[in-house]
Design a protein around this ligand. Structure first.
Ligand code: BAL
Ligand code: ZN
Length: 873
C-alpha cells in the first residue's frame, strides 16, 4: 500500500449534510439502510466515491431511482456512483455479519451468541464496515438513527443523540430512534443493543440543562458501576468550572464491554468502555485501577468538547484531540488526587512508553507526516507526548491565558474539523503571542537531550547556567531543528535552602522559567552567595532527557530537601540512574551509597507522605535503564536493578522494614479509598517487596497472611505478586485459590495471567506456554491476550529477551495467529519488538530472525505488516 501523506490533504469533494440510518439488528446478519443527502464542492467536481469495507450491497438508489449495475461500481472498499450532483440523495441497503466479526471494528458481538450484546467501534475507520460513507473526520453530518430488533433478545436499543421515539412492531419486535442535533464525523457513530442493566442519575448543568446520566452493563456487574457514575459527575462539574464547558445532549449513555480493542471510546452521547476502565469494586480493582477508571471516564467525557464539538480535520491531527484531552484529564486527576503523585505517574509512563518509541525505529512526530494504517498511530507519542506539548504551551500562557485561549479555540472552531495550527493560533491570538515556534515540536520526532552545565564565579557571585539541546536522528530524519524548551528552575544552597533568583537585573522569586530556543544559551544569575545546586526542569517542564553532571551529593541534597514532591522524586530517579551506571558487575559505588543512604534516612524520618515514599523507594524500571544503553542485556539489567534494591533493603534493615510493614498493616484493614489508605497500601507493598529481597522467609509469611486476610484487591494482588515473582513455595496454593475465587470474573482473571507472565527471567516462557492451555485463555479477547502476551513481551524484559530467542519465535507465531483474528491488537503487541536493534548481538540476531520470518508470512494484515516492516528498518 502507498502511504497517505499530510501534504496531500484536500478538502472533501463530497460531503454529507444529513444521515438517516435504519438498522435492523441481528446477531448473524444485520441490515443497514442509509439515506444520505449529499453536497458537492463546486470547486472540485468529481465522481461520488464512498468508503465501504466488506459490505454486502443489497440495493442502491440515487434520487429515488434504483441504479442499474453499470451506474455504480463497488471494488476494493470503494463505492463509485455516477450521476450524483449537489443535493442528491443516495440510498443504500447493505448486510453485515456481526457475530463473524473478530476485528472488533465496525458492528460486532460482545460475549456469547446466547447472552452477548451488539455494539460498534468506529474510530478510526470502522464506520465504513457498517455502511457506505465518506469515512473521514472532516465530513460532519446530522444523524437520525432508527434501530429495530427482536424485543426479547435486544430489550435495550441505544444510539448517540437525543431519544426521539420508540415503539412496538409486529412479531415481538420493537424500535427506537435517536436524533443528534450536533453535526459530527462518522467515527463518533455508535449503537448498542442487547440485554443490559443500568444505573442512572439526574444532572443539572451549570447552564441549567437537565441531563440524564446512564451507565449500562451486563446484569452481573452493574453494581460495579457506581464509582464510574460518581467520577462522571465529578468530570462534568470540573469541566464546567475549569473550562466553562457543559454537556449538550439530554442524555449521556456509557456502556461497559469486555471485548474492546481500546481503553474506551468517546462516541457522541454514547461512550463505550472497556470494562477494565469502567467497573470498579474493592474486590476486583486495585487502587491504581480506581484512579484509572476515574481518569478514563474523565478523558472520554472531556472529548465531548475536545474531539467531538471541535474535531480533527484529518487523522494526522489526531493529537489535536488526544494530546489535549490527555492534558485535560491530567489536570483533572491532579485536582482530584495528589498533584505530585499524578505527575510522577505520568512522567514515569512517558519514560516507559514514549521515550523508547521516540528512540527507535517506530519514532514518529506527534503529528506524523504519513501513515499507512491509522490504527497504528494511537501511540504514546500522539497521546502522552502530545499532552506534554499542550502542557508546555499552557505553562507559557499561564492559567488565565490558557483559559482565554481555549475559549477562543471553542468560539472559532465549534462544529468544525480543525488543525493543530488552528489550535496554536487561537491560543496565541487570545494572548497576543505568536506560538508558532511550538509547531516544530509537533513535526519533529525524537526526544531532545537537554545538556546543562553550571559555573559559579566566587568573585562576582554569579552563577552561569549554559543550556544546550540536541536531538538525535530518527528514521528518515537526520537534521533536527532546535525547539523551544521551557526550563523551570530553582537554585538551592548547600543547606537545601532555595535562593532568590536575579536574572538580567531583575528579581524573580525562587522559581523561574527560562526558555532555551537556540542550540545553546547562557543564563547568568546574579547575587548568588555561594555555589548553588540547580533544580532543573521542575515539574518536568519539557519532555526532554536532562543531562547534567550532578555529583551524587548534589542529587542527594535535592532528594532530601526539594519541597516539590515531583522534583524530589526526580532527583531520586537521577541519583538511581547514576547509581546504576556506576554499579558495575556488583561493585558498590559512591553514587549507590548516596542513593540508598538518602532513602534510608527518609525512610527512618517518617516525615514524608507514604505514597511519595513508596515512589521514592522505587528505582526507574528496567525499560528506562535499557533506554540509556547502546548495547542492551536485559538479564543483566534485571540482575543489577535487583542488586541495587537488595542493597537498599540492607541499608534500611530487616527490623525497620518489618516494623514499618506491621505499622502499616495495622492500619489497612478496610479497603477505604481515601488518599491516606491508598498511600499506606502503596508503601506496604513496597516495603514487602524490599523485605522479600532480604529475608525471603519472613516476607513470604507476611505475604501469605496479607493474601489471606486482604479485604481488597490492592493488598491481595500485592501479596500474590511478591509470592509469584519470587517463586515462593506458597505461590502455587495462592494461585490456585485466586484462580478458583475469581473463575467468573474476567478482570480479576486477567491479573492472574499477568502476575504469572511477569515472573522474571528464564522460567517465564514455560509459564506462558502452560497458561495458554488454561480453559479461560483465548486470543479472541483483547484484554486476555494483553494480560498474558502483552504483559510478557512488553512488561517482562528479562523473561522475554531470552538468549536463545525462543520467546521471539513464540511471540511471532502468536502474532500471526492473532493477526488473522484482530489485526489491531496483533500490531499493538508487535511493538514489543521495538528496540531490538540495540540488544546485544546474540539476542539481536535472534530477534531479527523472528521478525524476518514473520514479515515473510503470507497474508499479514496492513496493520501488522506496517509495524513489522517499520521495526525491521
Ligand atoms: N479516541 C479513542 C479513544 C480515546 O482516546 O479516548
Ligand atoms: Zn482520547
Amino acid at each position: 500500500t502507498t502511504p497517505i501523506r499530510l501534504h496531500d490533504y484536500r478538502p472533501p469533494a463530497w460531503s454529507v449534510e444529513t444521515v438517516e440510518l435504519d438498522i435492523d439488528l441481528g446477531i448473524d446478519a444485520t441490515e443497514v439502510s442509509s439515506r444520505l443527502t449529499l453536497h458537492c464542492d463546486p470547486q472540485q467536481p468529481a465522481t461520488l466515491r464512498l468508503d465501504g469495507e466488506g459490505l454486502e450491497l443489497l440495493s442502491i438508489s440515487l434520487d429515488g431511482r434504483k441504479l442499474d449495475t453499470h451506474e455504480y461500481r463497488y471494488e476494493q472498499s470503494v463505492l463509485e456512483v455516477s450521476g450524483a450532483r449537489d443535493g442528491s440523495v443516495l440510498e443504500t441497503h447493505v448486510r453485515v455479519r456481526p457475530a463473524a466479526n473478530t476485528t472488533l471494528e465496525g458492528l460486532y458481538l460482545s460475549g456469547s451468541r446466547e447472552h452477548g450484546f451488539l455494539l460498534t467501534q468506529c474510530e478510526a475507520e470502522g464506520f465504513r464496515r457498517i455502511t457506505f460513507f465518506p469515512d473521514r473526520p472532516d465530513v460532519l453530518a446530522r444523524y437520525t438513527v432508527t434501530l429495530r430488533a427482536d424485543r426479547s433478545r435486544f430489550p435495550v436499543l441505544l444510539a448517540g443523540g437525543n431519544p426521539a421515539g420508540s415503539g412496538e412492531l409486529a412479531d415481538g419486535r420493537h424500535w427506537a430512534r435517536f436524533v443528534d442535533p450536533h453535526p459530527r464525523p462518522c467515527y463518533l457513530f455508535a449503537l448498542v443493543a442487547g440485554r443490559l442493566e443500568s444505573i442512572q442519575r439526574d444532572y443539572v448543568t451549570a447552564d441549567g440543562r437537565k441531563v440524564k446520566l446512564v451507565i449500562w452493563s451486563e446484569a452481573n456487574v452493574i453494581d460495579c458501576c457506581h464509582y464510574a457514575l460518581d467520577a462522571l459527575e465529578r468530570s462534568m462539574r470540573w469541566d464546567e468550572h475549569t473550562y466553562g464547558r457543559s454537556f449538550d445532549l439530554d442524555v449521556f449513555h456509557v456502556v461497559a464491554t469486555h471485548d474492546f480493542n481500546m481503553g474506551a471510546m468517546e462516541n457522541k452521547g454514547l461512550n463505550i468502555f472497556n470494562a477494565k476502565y469502567l467497573l470498579a469494586d474493592p474486590d476486583i480493582s486495585t487502587d491504581d485501577e480506581y484512579r484509572a477508571v476515574e481518569a478514563v471516564v474523565a478523558h472520554e467525557y472531556f472529548h465531548n468538547w475536545t474531539g467531538n464539538r471541535v474535531t480533527c480535520r484529518d487523522w494526522f491531527q489526531l493529537s489535536l484531540k488526544e494530546g489535549l484531552t490527555v492534558f485535560r484529564e491530567q489536570q483533572f486527576s491532579a485536582d482530584m488526587n495528589s498533584a505530585a503523585l499524578k505527575r510522577i505517574e505520568d512522567v514515569a509512563l512517558l519514560r516507559r512508553t514514549q521515550f523508547p518509541e521516540d528512540a527507535g525505529p517506530l519514532a514518529h512526530p506527534v503529528r506524523p507526516a504519513e501513515y499507512r494504517e491509522i490504527n497504528n498511530f494511537y501511540t504514546a507519542t500522539v497521546y502522552e507526548k502530545g499532552s506534554e506539548l499542550v502542557r508546555m504551551v499552557a505553562g507559557r500562557l499561564g492559567q488565565e491565558g490558557f483559559r482565554r485561549g481555549m475559549d477562543l479555540y471553542f468560539e472559532r472552531h465549534d462544529g468544525q474539523a480543525a488543525t493543530i495550527e488552528d489550535f496554536l493560533a487561537a491560543l496565541g491570538d487570545a494572548n497576543h503571542i505568536n506560538l508558532s515556534s511550538y509547531l516544530a515540536w509537533y513535526s519533529q520526532a525524537g526526544t531532545p537531550r537537554l545538556h546543562a552545565k553550571g559555573e559559579y564565579d566566587e568573585v562576582e557571585h554569579t552563577y552561569t547556567l549554559t543550556l544546550s539541546q540536541q536531538t538525535r536522528p530518527t528514521p528518515g530524519h537526520v537534521e533536527k531543528a532546535p525547539l523551544p524548551i521551557p526550563v523551570k528552575l530553582s537554585l538551592f544552597d548547600r543547606h537545601g535552602q532555595m535562593l532568590p533568583l536575579h536574572l538580567d537585573g531583575e528579581a524573580h522569586g525562587t522559581e523561574k522559567v527560562v526558555v532555551l530556543s537556540k542550540p545553546t544559551q547562557r543564563f547568568v544569575f546574579q547575587h548568588v552567595p555561594s555555589a548553588p545546586v540547580p533544580s532543573l526542569l521542575r515539574g518536568f517542564s519539557a519532555p526532554v532527557v536532562l543531562e547534567c553532571d550532578y555529583t551524587p551529593d548534589e542529587l542527594a541534597l535535592l532528594l532530601t530537601h526539594d519541597a516539590d514532591g515531583f522534583n524530589r522524586w526526580e532527583a531520586g530517579q537521577q541519583l538511581a540512574m547514576l547509581a546504576f551506571d556506576t554499579l558495575r558487575d556488583g561493585d558498590d559505588s559512591i553514587a549507590n551509597k548516596a542513593w540508598r543512604q538518602a532513602l534510608a534516612a527518609l525512610f527512618e524520618q517518617d516525615a514524608i507522605d507514604d505514597a511519595l515514599l513508596a515512589d521514592l523507594l522505587t528505582p526507574p524500571g528496567e525499560i528506562e535503564f535499557a533506554d540509556r544503553q547502546s548495547e542492551v542485556d536485559p538479564a543483566k539489567i534485571h540482575a543489577q536493578r535487583q542488586a541495587m534494591q537488595h542493597r537498599l533493603a540492607e541499608e534500611i534493615g530487616v527490623d525497620a522494614l518489618v516494623a514499618r510493614y506491621r505499622a502499616l498493616a495495622a492500619h489497612t484493614g478496610a479497603p477505604e479509598l481515601d488518599a491516606a489508605n491508598q498511600a499506606r497500601r502503596r508503601l506496604k507493598r513496597r516495603v514487602l517487596e524490599l523485605l522479600a529481597l532480604l529475608d525471603a522467609e519472613q516476607a513470604y509469611a507476611l505475604a501469605i497472611r496479607q493474601y489471606d486476610s486482604a479485604s481488597g484487591m490492592t493488598d491481595r494482588l500485592a501479596a500474590l505478586s511478591v509470592l509469584v515473582r519470587h517463586r515462593a513455595p506458597q505461590a502455587a496454593t495462592a494461585l490456585v485459590h485466586f484462580r478458583k475465587r475469581y473463575a467468573d470474573n474476567p478482570l480479576a482473571l486477567d491479573k492472574w495471567f499477568t502476575v504469572q507472565a511477569q515472573v522474571p527471567g528464564e522460567p517465564a516462557l514455560a509459564i506462558i506456554k502452560h497458561l495458554e492451555s488454561d480453559p479461560s485463555f483465548t486470543l479472541k479477547n483483547p484484554n486476555r491476550a494483553r494480560s498474558l502476551l502483552g504483559a510478557f513481551a512488553s512488561g517482562n524484559p528479562s523473561g522475554f529477551h531470552r538468549m536463545d530467542g525462543a520467546a521471539y519465535q513464540f511471540l511471532a507465531e502468536r502474532l500471526a495467529q492473532l493477526d488473522a483474528l484482530n489485526p489491531q491488537i496483533a500490531a499493538r503487541l508487535a511493538t514489543a519488538f521495538n528496540g531490538w536493534q540495540r540488544l546485544e548481538p546474540v539476542r539481536r540476531n535472534a530477534a531479527r530472525q523472528a521478525l524476518e520470518g514473520l514479515a515473510q508470512r503470507e497474508g499479514l494484515s496492513p496493520n501488522l505488516s506496517e509495524i513489522v516492516g517499520n521495526v525491521l528498518q
